[in-house]
Design a protein. Structure first.
Length: 269
């Protein structure tokens, strides 16, 4: 699985649409007063810190993650007193009396079981004018180099699953939207796709990725890596050296509660 740095860092810097905004329709993150932000499955805080740079304003960020070792990294990304880190499963550690103006799910949908129910439950933590912001890689109409990256990610995800970690396949854009709308508690206000290819043929990075896959496989199979798995890794990395790999395309969804808003989507062919 790509590290937080590969999957998150810097991804929010090119989200503003290039077309003129429609009147009375929110079209950029800069329109949002973030207030109190809850970052679910926050990792090291890469996405949250980029989000805060894009929002019109924000007051405080609370990050929740199962990995306590990320606490110092997360807190170190924000000014002192402007962030809190909570270790655990968001379903168990968030007090229902807590209120957050903005809820962020940054590249984490595929790491969360029963995500439809979770997103529905998170609606109870937001005021009526609160926002849900989702960023998630998608699998639709990928270039060969983007498809390579997706296949690497999904192979690592299958190995994660064998070790008892939850890791779902990469979603389509329609499936990402359905995660938000299925419960009927959130209404999508705006979607934006960042699908530009960032092709890399850097042999050093490719070899790093190969080594990472080997490490993940070795930690999954304690005795020896099965021949079929090793063959899949070798074939995939041979393709990567021939084609190159790209950072994944991703979809941004901004949703609100109890609003009658026209969905404004940029169409990506």
């Amino acid at each position: 699985m790509p590290s937080d740095e590969h999957s998150k860092n810097g991804q929010l810097l090119s989200l503003n649409p290039v077309h003129p905004p429609r009147r009375n329709v929110m079209t950029t993150l800069k329109d949002i007063h973030g207030g109190r932000i809850l970052d679910v499955a926050c990792g090291g805080g890469h996405t949250a810190v980029e989000l805060c740079r894009e929002l019109k304003s924000w007051d405080h960020v609370t990050g929740i993650d199962m990995r306590h070792q990320l606490k110092d990294e997360f807190l170190g990304r924000f000014p002192k007193g402007k962030a809190t880190f909570i270790t655990g499963d968001v379903r168990r550690v968030v007090d229902k009396n807590m209120v957050f103006d903005t809820i962020l799910l940054g590249f984490s949908l595929h790491h969360l079981p029963d995500v439809h129910e979770l997103i529905s439950d998170l609606s109870h933590l937001c005021p009526d004018n609160g926002h849900l912001i989702i960023l998630e890689m998608f699998r639709d109409k990928l270039t060969p180099a983007q498809d390579i990256q997706k296949r690497i990610h999904e192979l690592a995800g299958r190995l994660d699953t064998l070790r008892g970690e939850y890791h779902a396949p990469v979603l389509s854009r329609e499936e990402i939207d359905a995660c938000v709308t299925r419960s009927g508690k959130w209404q999508i206000m705006y979607t934006e796709d960042e699908s530009g290819e960032n092709l890399s043929n850097d042999l050093y990075k490719i070899n790093q990725t190969s080594e990472k896959l080997q490490q993940i496989a070795a930690s999954t199979y304690k005795n020896s890596i099965p021949e079929a798995v090793q063959k899949e890794i070798d074939q995939l990395m041979d393709e990567t050296r021939r084609i190159g790999m790209s950072s994944p395309p991703f979809r941004m969804v901004i949703a609100g509660l109890n609003r009658q808003s026209t969905v404004d989507s940029r169409k990506v062919d």
